[in-house]
Design a protein around this ligand. Structure first.
Ligand SMILES: Cc1ncc(COP(=O)(O)O)c(C=O)c1O
Length: 284
């Protein structure tokens, strides 16, 4: 079985597994030149992608916001199937589905997939938790709602700023960043949705703030009743999280990881954490 799977989708034909190390993209592809495209990252377990329909829905919404002609769902499903089929079923993996606008001089969007293992450092966070610092995104919590060009809620390929935020966190000796708006409201992480428990309520931030609607957090909240909780979309400031019973980052790759510290202040890991992880079906 391959350690990294690359698959290219060919219009009118079956997806083709490409040997790792062989180029998939043209140098003038707008996905490379401008980060112009959309993607999804899914968790692969038992050889299948988790929450595939939800991710394909979000990919379609992202593509629509970019006026990008995303290939039809059966072609995306065939791509996901081929990629997961070439991945060892016993191994957890991260499947990326990527659609760029294609070559600069016109032509078809480029559609491809990769599957890779999940880094041990990320898997360890499920048990050990993470230390997080807040960082301003520089816009108010309602700014992106009235400014579609800011691409709030769109999973575009332009993730350089998100990666820079995570490097900035690492340079300070912590694990990740929690973005806050310029008016002090909690938003999300660069690659995760924030979820917290306030007594019997499991909460996350509303999409109207321009955050990416997380598939993992949505799934968790939809099953909150199984843990005796009710689900709520709420605005919060960092002090609300410090006072919460538990705070987590949720994402397809990480699953659900507890905060152990926010801006240098300790947070207790909620005993419900293993229950949330099991609900999502992620290994510890
Ligand atoms: C900015 C951002 N927010 C939230 C998430 C979590 O989304 P999901 O749970 O669908 O992986 C991601 C995941 O990549 C993200 O990039």
């Amino acid at each position: 079985m391959l350690d990294r799977v690359l698959v290219i989708s060919v219009p009118g034909g079956p997806p083709r597994v490409v040997p790792a190390g062989e180029p998939l993209l043209r140098g003038d592809d707008l996905g490379v030149l401008r980060g112009d495209g959309v993607f999804e990252t899914l968790h692969v377990r038992s050889g299948r992608p988790f929450l595939l329909a939800e991710h394909l829905d979000r990919m379609a919404r992202s593509a629509e916001r970019l006026d990008l002609p995303l290939p039809p769902v059966p072609r995306l499903e065939a791509l996901a199937d081929t990629a997961c089929g070439a991945w060892a079923a016993h191994r957890e993996g991260a499947l990326r589905l990527v659609c760029t606008r294609g070559p600069e001089d016109g032509g078809e969007p480029t559609l491809f997939a990769t599957v890779a293992g999940i880094k041990d450092a990320l898997r360890d966070q499920r048990r050990a938790g993470i230390r997080v610092v807040t960082a301003s995104l520089g816009v108010t919590a309602d700014a992106r709602d009235g400014a579609p060009w800011l691409l709030g809620g769109v999973k575009s390929l332009s993730y350089a700023a998100n990666m820079a935020a995570q490097r900035w966190a690492a340079a300070q000796g912590v694990d990740d960043v929690l973005y806050v708006s310029s008016d002090g409201q909690v938003l999300e992480g660069p690659t995760s949705t924030v979820v917290w428990r306030d007594s019997g309520v499991l909460a996350t931030v509303p999409d109207s703030t321009g955050i990416l609607p997380g598939t993992t957090a949505a799934h968790l909240l939809s099953r909150a009743a199984e843990l005796g909780l009710t689900a709520e979309l709420r605005m919060a400031v960092p002090a609300d999280l410090l006072a919460a019973d538990g705070v987590w980052f949720a994402s397809s790759v990480r699953g659900v990881v507890p905060f152990t510290e926010l801006d240098g202040k300790p947070l207790t890991v909620d005993p419900l954490t293993p229950g949330l992880r099991d609900l999502l079906g992620y290994p510890a």
